[in-house]
Design a protein. Structure first.
Length: 214
């Protein structure tokens, strides 16, 4: 299948998941993510101890996303991230002036538990909107540069048995994965209904180290 054909086929299948089943699958995926997160935290602590590091470590920065339409909902996992006192980061599209117009890129900003639960976070309420860097709506949410991210949860349209990922076509997560630290962990999330035999790939497409599905 071509990418456009694969996207249309899989998104229709994902949209067709029954509401009750969708919720159960999301809960299962979030449970696995929580276990993986705890394993990552423990491994980091063990490395620090072995190296004789005695200063206080910064909390892990976890890149999340706010689900749109029938995507895997991370609500339960987001709650666990906050419960553990970690830094929850969410994507925010920003626009950059150029000679030919305005290009956009995906950045991440930290959102506190209080801010998240209170609501009204502009880039969560409008995830497809692009903001100017100096937009007052972003002032209360610290920018978290890519090298500061420790764990990244990656949405996707389709995947295969080789952990190839088909995204939405913007290339934002391919570029993000390329720029992560070597010890950062990227984890894809999807429903089994999004699995296909073979994802059509191009040279810039990135495989994921792990994909959690249900």
């Amino acid at each position: 299948m071509e990418k456009s054909e694969a996207r249309a086929f899989v998104l229709e299948r994902r949209d067709g998941i029954e509401t009750r089943v969708h919720a159960e699958k999301c809960t299962t995926i979030c449970g696995v993510l929580t276990e993986m997160l705890d394993d990552i935290r423990l491994a980091r602590e063990n490395v620090s101890s072995a190296a004789g590091v005695c200063y206080r470590q910064e909390p892990l920065a976890v890149a999340l996303y706010q689900a749109m339409k029938s995507e895997v909902s991370l609500d339960c996992f987001i709650e666990e991230v906050y419960e553990r006192g970690l830094t929850a980061c969410f994507p925010c599209m920003v626009k950059h002036p150029t000679e030919t117009g305005r290009n956009t890129s995906m950045t991440f900003r930290a959102v506190s538990r209080e801010q998240y639960e209170h609501g009204g976070v502009a880039f969560l309420d409008h995830p497809l909107r692009s903001f100017a860097d100096d937009d007052p709506a972003l002032a209360s949410y610290p920018l978290v540069d890519t090298p500061m991210l420790d764990v990244v949860i990656v949405p996707l349209v389709a995947f295969d048995g080789e952990n190839n990922r088909l995204g939405y076509g913007g290339g934002n997560y391919d570029r993000l994965i390329d720029d992560l630290r070597d010890d950062a962990v990227a984890i894809g999330v999807a429903f089994e209904e999004q699995r296909i035999d073979s994802v059509p790939c191009e040279p810039h497409d990135k495989q994921l180290p792990a994909i959690v599905s249900a």
